[in-house]
Write a protein that binds this ligand. Structure first.
Ligand code: TTP
Ligand code: CA
Ligand code: CA
Length: 631
């Protein structure tokens, strides 16, 4: 449920930018012969010419829509060029689009706080840049206004085309405007300049909304497309929202929006104005009631997050019609491929950005035999994420089995899976990385899995529910939504469950520290030897209960900070119980050899207990965080 955030006292200038027919533009840049041509990007699936996922504006003029398949698009637009998305592992490989999006983000983030909202969308907080511009070169005293800015669509202004640009120029330069509108005018000029810069440097056009908050900026960024921008002066907010259907609001597209329509007769955001805040709180609770009341007035305190990397990584694939998966073996085969890609992406995020994902979630859509028209809700399942392709594959399969059991009981046939996706979320920056060694070493409390137990679901479920307290299993439901075969990036997750929106990296989990050992330990666990438990050679770590308090930390000779860090970074491992251990035998000697000498010595200390470093000074080394287990 949405929650109202405190509003900032000062006026802000927020922009939302969205690339036009994004995948098509990427393909047009790769093959300039496609420029200006009706073009669409289709999924990897030959059924009826493949599903369209991006359609150029030239093709849209012919009535080509994203919901069509290639054959249908050819029917309405015979000259259309259909380009297939790149393929890897028998599914769409979206890497070229992801990196094209990153090129744009790199340009946009130079002007203010930048939040990458999706593969082709960005929010910018331009308040400081606009203030600076207003001080240094206020539009009212500028002789020349950046031309692209004069093409803006200003919500207040009449759309009389004859002298539109003159009107816009006059609006941007009004000397009698209030401070808020002056800032918006500066924001509009800055965004126009940024859009041109993006075009010059990447060859991509984008559209933008410029307003006093994120909600309004997002609502209007797609209003005039392609390659245009729309500005929302405060004076226009009420009229704009008065006729806006509630379902157009991101948070009102689902059950809350339906309830507003069905229970309160609210069709447009403006209709909400007739309800007092108290009344809305009575219906929907204090938080959501207040949020609705504010939304009706165009008020939103939501901040632009400082984040240019994605909030989660997801890989998915759909299996329409006869392609539906009907047995565990075929699900496993596909899950293995999806997990392999996911593992590569989180590993690369770790190596390049030192970001660690903590939660693995499995989403699927399924139907029951003879009821395929009735899409049944298939529960989504999560568990702590363990790095290493083999482990992710193993855990994902167990999550699937557990979810299938909830969906279908213990019977083994009669179900079919029409989509599968795996998502890595709860990503945080591990700027020290010091204790992330845990992610590369198996906890010895379980043979090899964060989701141990026999593969029989009835035994697995209680384990998941009871023994993973740090990251409790949360069950969400995937609504059938996309017709696309492949849901790369986090499209499927986003469309189904909004997990990308929710997986906020916890700012408080940012840790500082000495040099990272991550880079030395980035080998996959799957290569590690089978676990052997050898007395005296086991390094342990107290779990959730014993490590949660500073007092106990002192007993262990660790600082409270160290405890915090281990709590943060080892959630997945903690979850396996009150006490977990990892076996020093699990440390790949080849990896240890590459560690800094200091750390090599520590690890050797673990493997030779007699020489254990009881005299070693404690500090920012890994032993501070992982003292040897006490018997
Ligand atoms: P969108 O921004 O929704 O659409 P778009 O950029 O193609 O077109 P517009 O000009 O209207 O913004 O999506 C961005 C890209 O994400 C799109 O080019 C392809 C991909 N995508 C999918 O793969 N599946 C989907 O269901 C959607 C909506 C998008
Ligand atoms: Ca777009
Ligand atoms: Ca978009």
């Amino acid at each position: 449920m949405p929650v109202a955030r405190p509003e900032p006292q000062e006026p802000r200038v927020i922009a939302h930018l969205d690339l036009d027919c994004f995948y098509v533009q990427v393909e047009q840049r790769r093959n300039p012969a496609l420029r200006g041509q009706p073009t669409a990007v289709v999924q990897y699936n030959d059924w009826k010419g493949g599903g369209l996922i991006a359609v150029s504006y030239e093709a849209r003029k012919f009535g080509v829509k994203r919901s069509m398949r290639g054959d249908e698009a050819k029917h309405v637009c015979p000259g259309i060029n259909l380009v297939q998305v790149p393929v890897a592992r028998e599914k769409a490989d979206l890497n070229i689009y992801r990196s094209a999006g990153s090129e744009v983000v790199a340009i946009l983030s130079t002007k203010g706080k930048c939040e990458r909202a999706s593969i082709d969308e960005v929010y910018l907080d331009l308040t400081d840049a606009a203030k600076e511009r207003l001080l240094e070169s206020p539009p009212e005293s500028s002789e020349i206004i950046f031309e692209e800015a004069t093409k803006s669509n200003i919500l207040d202004l009449s759309s009389d085309v004859s002298n539109r640009e003159e009107n816009v120029r006059a609006w941007l330069c009004r000397a009698d405007a209030d401070y808020q509108d002056k800032l918006l005018a500066c924001g509009a000029i800055i965004v126009a300049q940024l859009r041109i810069k993006v075009l010059e440097e990447t060859q991509f056009t984008c559209s933008a909304g410029i307003a006093h908050n994120k909600m309004l900026a997002k609502l209007v960024s797609g209003m005039h497309k392609p390659a245009q921008q729309t500005v929302v002066p405060s004076s226009s907010v009420q009229d704009f929202l008065a006729s806006l259907p509630v379902k157009k609001m991101k948070q009102l597209g689902g059950k809350l929006g339906s309830s507003l329509q069905d229970d309160l007769g609210v069709k447009t955001v403006g209709d909400l104005l007739t309800f007092t805040e108290e009344k809305l709180q009575d219906y929907y609770g204090v938080n959501t009631g207040t949020w609705l009341w504010k939304t009706a007035r165009g008020i939103s305190g939501e901040e632009v997050e400082d984040r240019i990397l994605p909030k989660s990584h997801g890989c998915g694939k759909t299996f329409p019609g006869s392609k539906a998966l009907k047995n565990n073996a075929s699900v496993k085969s596909w899950l293995d491929k999806l997990c392999e890609e996911l593992s590569e992406r989180i590993q690369s995020d770790l190596n390049s950005n030192k970001r660690v994902a903590q939660t693995l979630t499995l989403h699927a859509r399924a139907c029951k035999e003879n009821e395929c028209n009735l899409m049944k809700k298939f529960p989504s399942k999560s568990c702590p994420l363990r790095y290493g392709t083999g482990k992710i594959q193993e855990d994902a399969m167990k999550l699937f089995e557990s979810a299938l059991h909830d969906f279908w009981g213990s019977r083994n046939t009669g179900w079919s899976i029409t989509s599968l996706s795996v998502t890595a979320s709860k990503i945080f920056d591990d700027t020290s990385g010091t204790n992330s060694i845990l992610r590369y070493i198996s906890p010895s409390s379980s043979a090899s899995s964060a989701v141990p137990g026999s593969s029989s679901t009835p035994e697995l479920t209680p384990f998941l529910d009871k023994k993973l307290p740090m990251t409790p299993i949360h069950e969400e439901h995937c609504e059938p939504s996309s017709k696309n075969e492949d849901c790369g990036n986090s499209n499927l997750a986003k469309q189904c469950c909004g997990i990308e929106e929710k997986g906020v990296p916890n700012k408080s989990s940012k840790v500082k520290g000495t040099g990272s050992i991550l880079k030395f330990l980035s080998q996959s666990q799957s290569a590690l030897p089978e676990k052997r438990k050898i007395d005296g050679l086991t390094c342990g770590h107290q779990g959730q209960e014993s490590s949660s308090g500073a007092n106990k930390a002192e007993q262990h000779g660790r600082s409270a900070e160290a405890v915090d860090r281990s709590n943060i970074n080892t959630a997945g491992v903690h979850s396996a119980g009150n006490k977990w251990m990892f076996n020093v035998e699990d440390i790949d000697p080849a990896v240890v050899g590459e560690l800094p000498l200091e750390i090599q010595r520590e690890i050797q200390g673990w493997t030779r207990p007699s020489k254990q470093a009881s005299t070693k000074p404690r500090g920012h080394t890994i032993s501070s965080y992982f003292p040897p287990a006490r018997s």
